[in-house]
Design a protein around this ligand. Structure first.
Ligand SMILES: CC(=O)SCCNC(=O)CCNC(=O)[C@H](O)C(C)(C)COP(=O)(O)OP(=O)(O)OC[C@H]1O[C@@H](n2cnc3c(N)ncnc32)[C@H](O)[C@@H]1OP(=O)(O)O
Ligand SMILES: CC(=O)C(=O)O
Length: 531
């Protein structure tokens, strides 16, 4: 059966740049455009030449690209000719394969925002498409507020879309600009539009103000649209746009779409989607969303014991698609929601071979549940779980003992009369028969303790020299006088491996000490340090 082509249009660099807190540099834009090209996106909208210096510069020179590099702007201003509109001139000068014009299609907006007549708006659409076509550009028209406009005055909204199509716009894109339209409304209205404009010229641009932008995009496709606009990670004005990182795997992997459509994304590129999504977050200097469908860290993480037990038998029992298809990994977590199957799966990942009927598995699970009741959270502390498992199975050497530590925080005036806070830690360590004392200053009590602890570990010093603490997170549990502190420490070593350890105590220094000790011992175990 031959499949229809469905086109993807990315507007991360234009609508995504309208996200509160996002501010792309030219270098960001060039790098993200290249990433989208490698993924196989058909249209990459780079920005709005003439609106700001970055976008003007981006379109000032041709850059190598595979997809259609697209410039964005508005239709000619009311009362001007297209040839006398500096905005149109900037778009035609832009080094782009295609131009996407935003046009009004809601009568209310024409009157209130444009302050012109409905006829002048239609003339503006026609003149603009003609001018860009005459300059040899592929033309797309984003019909702004199309769905609200259609509900208010269907005849006028349709006449805007038809004007663009009749003048030769390749795509007439129906925009849910305010993001308030629901999927059944999108499906119905797009169904009406494709009766007058062929579906292979109709697109959808959905905003996420009711969390339905992805559903609305798919509803439009069901009704006949063949072009989807969206962004990476759902960036975009207000609550964002349709998230292409969710739409792409759905189109590739869900039978209703996969059987019917081809998109420009290969099976191999699909596996890189998580990397692309994280690369964008890195550029934006923000953590990746762990709950992101398909690509998030939690997308294939199973916590419940009943689920883990079935997943161990057949992964399909609790997975809607296989994680490998989207370059993700299955994770079975150990926590107070776990059963023996979770523990066995995690031991297998760690590389500890234990018989499934071994009584120590049940004991380990009991310990995990007892400790989680005290405030530990092993699903977030992989290295502490591994040590707990190895200790329960009897395989962690007793490398060293800390027989005493002392942390002192002092605030005083220095010789210049300035108020300073000085923190100092002293640690007494016993390694075999040898005892040693180390002292260190730090910029806080935990830092001083860490410095002192790792200053001299005798014969183990070489094993820990690449160890670095990269994150320290504290959470107070229960609150009030019963409060306990949970500390999570993230560490990294010279090989780039990351791990997380945990400590829990009513005292923050104690909790931090437990997490620090676990981190060091984990590193020694991992490095194969001798007892
Ligand atoms: C739904 C969307 O996301 S559309 C994309 C919106 N994106 C942006 O606005 C980001 C980039 N924008 C900008 O940098 C600036 O707004 C510019 C450079 C485009 C224009 O700046 P200014 O000339 O100072 O105009 P300003 O932004 O104040 O107002 C927009 C003008 O465009 C007019 N306009 C809005 N849409 C259209 C349209 N589709 N066709 C013609 N004119 C339009 C408005 O009526 C208004 O005109 P007025 O100044 O006569 O009232
Ligand atoms: C064009 C656009 O971004 C919108 O209508 O939402």
């Amino acid at each position: 059966m031959s499949r229809e082509r469905l086109y993807l249009f990315d507007t991360t660099l234009r609508d995504g740049a309208q996200t509160n807190g996002v501010d792309f540099t030219l270098a960001d834009k060039v790098a993200i455009a290249a990433m989208l090209d490698d993924l196989g996106i058909d249209y990459v909208e780079g920005g709005y030449p003439g609106a700001n210096a970055t976008d003007t510069e981006l379109f000032a020179q041709s850059r190598p690209h595979k997809g259609k590099f697209t410039a964005f702007g508005m239709t000619r201003r009311p009362g001007r000719s297209a040839s006398n509109d500096p905005g149109i001139a900037a778009l035609i000068e832009a080094k782009a394969d295609a131009i996407c014009f935003v046009a009004k299609s809601w009568d209310y907006h024409v009157k209130v925002a444009l302050e012109t007549t409905l006829d002048e708006n239609l003339a503006s659409i026609r003149d603009t498409v003609k001018a860009a076509k005459a300059a040899g550009r592929e033309v797309l028209i984003d019909c702004e507020h199309f769905f609200d406009g259609y509900k208010a005055n269907p005849q006028f909204a349709l006449s805007c879309a038809k004007a663009a199509y009749e003048e030769g716009a390749r795509w007439v894109v129906l925009c849910d600009t305010n993001g308030g339209t629901l999927p059944h409304e999108v499906e119905k209205i797009v169904g009406e539009v494709v009766k007058v404009i062929p579906g292979d010229h109709v697109g959808i641009h959905a905003h996420n103000d009711t969390e339905q932008a992805v559903a609305n995009s798919l509803a439009a496709v069901r009704a006949g649209a063949r072009h989807i606009q969206g962004t990476l990670n759902g960036l975009g004005e207000r609550c964002g746009n349709a998230n292409l990182v969710s739409i792409i795997p759905t189109l590739k992997l869900k039978k209703e779409y996969a059987d019917k459509f081809d998109i420009g994304i290969s099976d191999e590129a699909l596996k890189s989607l998580g990397k692309v999504s994280r690369a964008l977050d890195e550029r934006l200097n923000r953590p990746s969303f762990r709950y992101a469908p398909y690509v998030g860290e939690n997308a294939f993480a199973t916590k419940a014991g009943i689920h883990a037990s079935a997943i161990m038998k057949e992964p399909e029992t609790y997975e809607h698609v296989s994680p490998d298809l989207v370059g993700n990994k299955r994770k079975v977590l150990v926590s107070d929601q776990a059963g023996k199957s979770n523990v066995l799966a995690e031991l297998d990942r760690i590389g500890l071979k234990v018989d499934k009927d071994d009584r120590r598995i049940g004991r380990l699970l009991e310990i995990v549940k007892e400790r989680e009741a005290l405030g530990y959270a092993y699903e977030a502390a992989d290295a502490s779980f591994e040590l707990l498992a190895r200790r329960t199975l009897g395989t962690v050497p007793n490398y060293f003992d800390v027989s005493q530590f002392d942390v002192n925080v002092e605030q005083r005036d220095n010789a210049l009369g300035q108020r300073v806070t000085v923190t100092m830690a002293v640690v007494k360590v016993k390694i075999g028969d040898e005892s040693m004392i180390s002292a260190a200053e730090g910029n806080g009590p935990v830092n001083a303790l860490d410095q002192a602890l790792r200053k001299d570990l005798g014969k183990y010093q070489d094993f820990i020299k690449g160890l670095k603490l990269t994150d320290f997170r504290v959470r107070i549990l229960n609150g009030g006088t019963e409060a306990v502190t949970r500390v999570l420490i993230e560490s990294e070593d010279e090989s780039g491996e990351h791990w997380t350890t945990i400590g829990v105590s009513p005292n923050i220094i104690d909790a931090s000490f437990q997490a620090l000790m676990d981190s060091i011992i984990y590193k020694l175990v991992k490095s194969g340090a001798p007892a």
